[in-house]
Design a protein around this ligand. Structure first.
Ligand code: IVH
Length: 713
């Protein structure tokens, strides 16, 4: 079986005696009630889970002492109420936490029904609230929460705010569609902006937002949520033919009907429900969904695995809490509550003053989180964050942790407002607050040392002997106030500096002279244009071939470069305008501004239909096909390079790949066509081998690209 993502249940809370048990039951019941009523609970999901499992363990050992109000075995932890009866109970799901538990579960289901399940539906477990939407003759008549599973609350007032649940279906049918109401990340941000603007406390996370909003009436502002259908069933008024189809079709076919009727489901997302033929195939799809999780615009907290054929589901039946034909494969929690200890203000290379949250360290999804991004000062105000707040922190996969919101109902009154800087924390100059992102008035000059050191770095101009200490010395001596000044330094000036003898001076001057001849891609990267790093700089340089063409490009022309969208294009144009005097001085100093081997793009034809290279209308933005031995190849380099490639840094290897017409990437995927595997190559080699990707040694690769190797230095 394929390995599944490492998921394990956190250890259960330890309950020592009857008193601790009573207290645990009270805490869990309170939390469950709050969670289902308003979405506000003092416990995050993990903490509730641990407590519930501790309670279950104690009850297993003391069956005669189980409290009547224990949350175990009850839908929604026994919380919540409502007076609209469900025609069929709205159940919960049993959980598994590992591939082994999943295998045990599928095997036990197949044993119970006495045959192999011929198809499994593998779906995202959407992290919101279950609702039942009743349609009569195609009209949405009622929206009901899950409540205690037997009866729920009528929340029909929320109908107009739930995207994905149409007022009218594509056909005048009567049925109930069940699914999850949630807030996408964007809806959550909008909801909190609206709430804080109206003086209301922000929601701690999207799930709480959906819970609070679904029940709210008469709000002065409107916030939206999204519905994702995951099931459908007949109501008393359903036509017999449709009722039969709903009962007899495979689950996946029922869901196709739901989509056809115009209801939103996860089918259009990256984690669309998929049917696999055998239990052995389920983990691979689980892995795909788990891997996609960090990039999804909405939250999922697991994967639901369902027996697809109707007969299998009917035969398996349901227990009082959960069906036996479905199970939830839980993914690790990506949100935890911790304390906001402070806010740090850091000045970036371009002078942007960015706040960063300092947190009481908290372990989320296998790593300890101490800092989280806060985008800008307005973000802090919009979220109403205060120092000392308990905050909901989100971290998933490789994405940078973010503070979702304060958990406002846990405030004690001792929290303090976040202090915003009144002068640049780096250099003490004034702050330009005219945009959402604050910047030091001196812009990139504020960070002369940082930006000159960056420009001199190995992957940019590669000026040997010009480390940060030397740059500080040059700046302090008043010899350098920007990158272009480097190229005006004289022997006499350098000799006045401490620890600069004749030899070091000559070496440094020679290194600076050498830097003038670097390819445009490196020079461009050295400018530190916001939104462009090494690989983007290479793409821009190769696309435009020289600085003149880059500077002449408007936002539209820049979008011809792969990976540049409208927003980035606008940023680059604005940045280049700001950098114009510096670029002029670099040109005057004799710094190379062309990319070897690249040809400038054809100018657009006067009728605006594209260039002169035969590209038809609409094709003007397309990259010309690259030439060279690696044309069309997607190349990943891993392990230590040897032979002719031994001295090349990873960045230089990527440059080489791209000079030879290929595309470089750092990770192996289905799109990779060639892996250069040096000594000590590990998981990337294994993955490439599994995917059947061609693997070559550094020597073989060097022979292929021999004509493109940099001259030996
Ligand atoms: S099927 C009989 N499918 O998870 C229960 N539930 O923890 C059938 N949920 O109450 C539920 N995504 O609110 C199902 N794709 C999905 C789901 C899903 C989220 C929720 C649902 C359920 C809860 C159980």
């Amino acid at each position: 079986m394929t390995t599944s993502p490492a998921v394990s249940a956190a250890p259960a809370a330890v309950i020592a005696d009857a008193a601790a048990y009573a207290e645990a039951v009270a805490t869990a019941s309170r939390a469950a009630a709050a969670y289902y009523a308003t979405g506000e609970s003092a416990l995050d999901d993990d903490a509730y889970d641990r407590l519930a499992r501790g309670i279950a363990a104690w009850e297993a050992a003391h069956p005669e002492e189980v409290a009547a109000d224990s949350p175990t075995g009850k839908v929604a932890g026994g919380a919540a109420v409502g007076d609209v009866p469900h025609t069929v109970p709205m159940l919960s799901l049993d959980n598994v936490f590992s591939a082994e538990q999943l295998t045990a579960w599928t095997a036990s289901l197949e044993r119970r029904i006495g045959r192999t399940v011929a198809a499994w539906s593998v779906e995202p477990k959407l992290d919101g609230l279950a609702v039942a939407a009743r349609y009569e003759d195609g009209r949405l008549t009622r929206l009901i929460t899950r409540g205690d599973g037997t009866a729920g609350e009528d929340v029909s007032h929320a109908v107009g705010t739930v995207i994905g649940l149409p007022d009218a279906l594509a056909e005048p049918v009567t049925l109930e569609i069940r699914g999850e109401v949630l807030m996408t990340q964007e809806q959550f941000e909008q909801a909190n902006a609206a709430r804080t603007a109206h003086g209301a406390a922000p929601f701690a996370n999207p799930r709480n937002g959906a819970a609070g909003t679904l029940r709210a009436r008469d709000r002065a502002y409107r916030v939206e949520m999204t519905f994702f259908g995951y099931g459908a069933l007949a109501l008393p008024g359903t036509a017999p033919g449709l009722a039969a189809r709903l009962a007899e079709l495979p689950h996946s076919a029922v869901m196709a009907e739901v989509v056809r009727l115009g209801v939103h489901t996860a089918a259009t997302t990256e984690v669309a429900p998929r049917v696999v033929a055998a239990a052995e195939d389920v983990p691979a799809r689980i892995e795909e969904i788990a891997a996609a999780r960090p990039g999804l615009p909405f939250g999922i907290d697991g994967i639901v695995v369902k027996a697809d054929p109707a007969a299998d589901r009917a035969e398996a039946g349901s227990g009082s809490r959960a069906p036996r034909w479905a199970v939830a494969y839980k993914l690790p929690a990506v949100e935890k509550v911790t304390t906001l200890l402070g806010v740090e203000w850091n000045v970036g290379r371009t002078g942007v003053i960015a706040p960063r949250a300092v947190l009481e360290p908290v372990e989320i999804d296998g790593s300890t989180v101490t800092y989280a991004t806060l985008h800008n000062p307005a973000d802090i105000t919009r979220r109403d964050l205060r120092i000392g707040d308990r905050v909901m922190v989100h971290k998933s996969g490789d994405i940078i942790p973010r503070v979702e919101a304060p958990v406002a109902h846990l405030r004690t009154g001792a929290e303090r407002a976040v202090e915003f800087p009144s002068v640049c924390p780096q250099c003490g100059s004034g702050i330009d607050t005219s945009e959402q992102r604050w910047r030091c008035e001196r812009g990139r000059d504020c960070r002369v040392v940082a930006s000159v050191s960056y420009a001199a770095g190995r992957d940019q101009l590669d000026i040997e002997g010009l480390g940060t200490t030397r740059v500080v010395q040059l700046v302090d001596a008043g010899l350098v106030s920007d990158l272009a000044d480097l190229f005006l330094l004289t022997r006499e000036q350098l000799l006045t500096l401490d620890r600069m003898g004749g030899t070091s001076t000559d070496n440094l001057l020679a290194a600076i002279e050498g830097a003038k001849g670097r390819p445009l891609s490196r020079v461009f990267c050295a400018l530190g244009v916001r939104g462009t790093g090494r690989s983007m700089s290479r793409r821009i340089a190769r696309h435009f071939a020289d600085m003149e063409h880059i500077r002449a490009a408007d936002a539209e022309a820049l979008q011809g470069v792969e990976g540049i969208g409208a927003e980035k294009a606008r940023t680059v144009v604005a940045e280049l305008a700001g950098l114009a005097p510096l670029i002029d001085r670099l040109v005057a100093a004799g710094v190379n501004m062309t990319e070897p081997g690249a040809t400038p793009p054809a100018p657009p034809a006067a009728d605006g239909t594209g260039g002169t290279d035969g590209g038809g209308p609409g094709e003007e933005a397309r990259e010309p096909a690259a030439a060279g031995p690696l044309a069309g190849a997607a190349v990943v380099v891993t392990g230590a390079m040897t032979g002719a490639l031994e001295k090349l840094s990873r960045n230089q290897m990527n440059e080489l790949v791209e000079r030879a017409g290929g595309r470089s990437s750092s990770s192996v995927s289905k799109r990779t066509t060639l892996l250069v595997a040096g000594e000590g190559a590990g998981s990337k080699r294994e993955k490439a081998a599994q995917l059947g990707i061609r693997i070559v040694t550094p020597d073989e690769f060097a022979a292929t690209v021999a004509d493109f190797l940099p001259p030996a230095s």
